[in-house]
Design a protein. Structure first.
Lengths: 300, 341
């Protein structure tokens, strides 16, 4: 049998805690198999032997984009890669650092934290998920990702096959694990509106779901909010919880419900250096849409 | 079917002797609820348990299991978890639920995964007094005439024990000395009295006669959209339903890329992607359509096909749905407020 060349793969990280890349590195029992299955050309946390000028079959990218420099790198990775996979909630939705996305007061918040500083390394910008700027083929959400879902995606892509990620919400697996329903016990649990695949990890430990896998394709956020209000949670608490990990997904899909009055569409490029994100065409229409990317608008 | 008697004080001793047949499983507490779990200590069994979080279907179609391991040139079915088991404490509604699954998984297109697990399992029923979420009397699943190997009926300080199969007979013989074969007229009186008591305790009583007609007439009802606005589409109702049995399969490759497993897991018609087909068309994209399908299946299609609803009145959907969409609410809405008997 003719030897099929192994797919060339790169792992990259932008703004985040590196928890997703670490999840992969922590797969000690499977690590050799991973390195065996594919030809890893770049994985800085694993090896300093990186080849970042090569074409890749698959790029796995963690973290959100928070500087102009990162944006340039991301575009470079996209250009070199046949398939780009966002891994982790930061790459998929912007991460907790995007919890106030769409509020339009980023510069003010930035100054509050950092003061008047001169940016010497890179020009900062508000945290956005990868698909705000480049085409993302797959999003593997999670904070951090689940290693089995990563293996599933890796093996599928290595065989050139499409990846069907989990579509059911956390509640399904939570029932499989026969947990007592935390919502029914009066807790602020986001299980019904959150994508599953994590094996209901938090409810298994009696902790309510915080929504770190982002909303399901059909999250009924309106009903979830009503339900939680009936349980005497304040609108502010509920919205904050939904936005903590929901980031751009919440802004794009549920801005009205969450009372997010986007002064500027999320994908609006920063004015100074006028580097256009991919979605710039849409972003220019100031009031037109809370969904700066065409893709997001169709998601419902 | 014959009847015997067992003193309540001898129950634990008898449960202990069942272990020589296989693993003994029964309801145990989990927080404020119950689950079926392995009874290493027979005294852990929760005899007061009315409904477990998941129905006993989890034993025969596990929520997630590997059907087979494959490599490039062969596949081997996986039956690692199939071993002799005794399930103790199934209430009549759950036994009826299993009988419905039997019809679906053992008759026209036998499912080897279901069959192997079913054949390795002995079913021991236990009578119950309903609570305010039980509606088994309406679905005529409040009593059992079959579908079990043994059925225990609480009667004062004794159990009446029905032997429902030759396996049941074998199970009795595991510790025959504990049983009393003398049944007298007094026992019959006590049993009839107990039945009257049980029947009088149902708070949810619906006349389901002609339900398919009502469903048909409600096809365009606004009800479905109203429910859909509330429905979280979480699928929990399907997971906990004793008769919901839809599943999805996917191949999960090993990292070697040369072998892997075919995995099967529970699915729900409440999932948006459930009716999504190749090419991207979704037959039931709207949540209202899916809710209608779910209840059409329970209260119309199954009746037309099998002569009975595929709801066994266990009350789990009533106990589970965070936004109170359940079979009782839907029947009420479809029929107008039913007069409670």
């Amino acid at each position: 049998m003719a030897e099929i060349p192994k797919p060339k793969v790169g792992f990259y990280g932008f703004t985040g805690c590196a928890g997703d890349l670490l999840t992969i590195l922590h797969c000690e029992d499977e690590l050799l198999d991973i390195f065996n299955a594919v030809d890893i050309r770049s994985f800085l946390m694993a090896s300093s032997d990186v080849h970042d000028d090569e074409e890749l079959d698959i790029a796995f990218v963690e973290g959100s984009i928070t500087t102009d420099h990162q944006l340039e790198s991301l575009k470079g990775i996209r250009k070199r890669s046949k398939v780009l996979v966002a891994i982790g909630s930061c790459a998929c939705f912007g991460g907790p650092q995007a919890a106030r996305l769409g509020c339009g007061d980023w510069e003010k918040r930035f100054k509050k934290v950092y003061g008047e500083v001169k940016h010497t390394v890179a020009e900062p910008r508000e945290s956005h998920p990868l698909d705000e700027y480049v085409k993302v083929d797959y999003c593997i959400p999670g904070c951090p990702i689940d290693k089995h879902q990563f293996f599933f995606a890796l093996t599928r892509l290595a065989k050139g096959m499409p990846v069907e990620l989990t579509t059911f919400p956390v509640c399904a697996e939570c029932k499989w694990n026969e947990n007592e329903c935390l919502l029914l016990k009066g807790e602020l649990c986001l299980g019904p509106v959150t994508a599953g695949g994590c094996n209901s990890r938090c409810p298994n430990h009696n902790l309510p779901c915080v929504g770190c896998w982002g909303p399901t394709s059909e999250a009924n956020v309106a009903s979830e909010i009503n339900l939680l209000k009936e349980r005497n949670f304040s609108a502010e608490e509920i919205v904050n919880k939904l936005r903590l990990f929901g980031g751009a997904a919440m802004v794009r899909r549920f801005a009205d419900l969450l009372g997010i009055k986007t002064e500027e569409p999320a994908g609006k490029p920063r004015q100074k250096k006028a580097r256009k994100p991919v979605a710039a065409g849409k972003a220019k229409k100031k009031t037109a849409s809370k969904s700066p990317k065409a893709k997001s608008g169709k998601k419902r | 079917m014959k009847a015997l008697k067992l003193k309540k004080e001898d129950l634990y001793a008898y449960l202990e002797s069942l272990k020589s047949y296989g693993e003994l499983w029964g309801p145990v507490p989990r927080g404020e609820r119950y689950v079926y779990a392995r009874l290493t200590n027979v005294r852990e069994v929760a005899l007061q348990a009315l409904r477990t979080i998941l129905p006993p279907k989890k034993f025969f179609v596990p929520p997630r299991f590997n059907m087979f391991r494959y490599s490039e040139d062969r596949y081997t079915e996986v039956f690692d978890d199939v071993k002799p088991r005794v399930l103790f404490g199934l209430h009549p509604c759950d036994i009826h639920g299993l009988m419905i699954l039997d019809e679906l998984f053992l008759e026209r297109f036998p499912d080897p995964y279901y069959r192997k697990r079913r054949e390795a399992t002995a079913i021991i029923g236990l009578s119950c007094i309903p609570d305010d979420k039980c509606m088994a009397r309406s679905t005529n699943t409040h009593a059992v005439e079959g579908g079990f190997d043994l059925a225990f009926n609480e009667l004062g300080d004794e159990y009446l024990v029905w032997v429902g199969s030759s396996l049941g007979d074998d199970l009795v013989r595991l510790n025959l000395d504990l049983f009393n074969e003398e049944i007298d007229a007094q026992d019959l009186q006590k049993y009839l009295e107990w039945r009257r008591k049980r029947d009088s305790r149902y708070k949810l009583n619906f006349d389901l006669t002609g339900m398919p007609d009502i469903m048909e007439l409600s096809w365009d009802s606004d009800l479905w959209q109203e429910l859909a606005d509330k429905c979280l589409a979480c699928g929990a109702c399907s997971m906990v339903c004793p008769t919901c049995n839809c599943y999805n399969i996917r191949d999960v490759s090993d990292l070697s890329l040369e072998s892997g497993v075919r995995e099967r897991h529970w699915d729900s018609c409440m999932n948006k992607e459930y009716a999504l087909v190749a090419g991207g068309h979704n037959f039931r994209e709207a949540r209202a359509e899916r809710l209608k399908l779910y209840y059409t299946h329970k209260l119309k299609a199954f009746i037309t096909e099998y002569g009975k609803p595929s709801c066994v009145g266990c009350g789990r959907c009533i106990d589970t749905c965070p936004v109170n969409i359940n079979v009782a609410e839907v029947i009420r809405a479809l029929k107008g407020q039913e007069v409670k008997v």
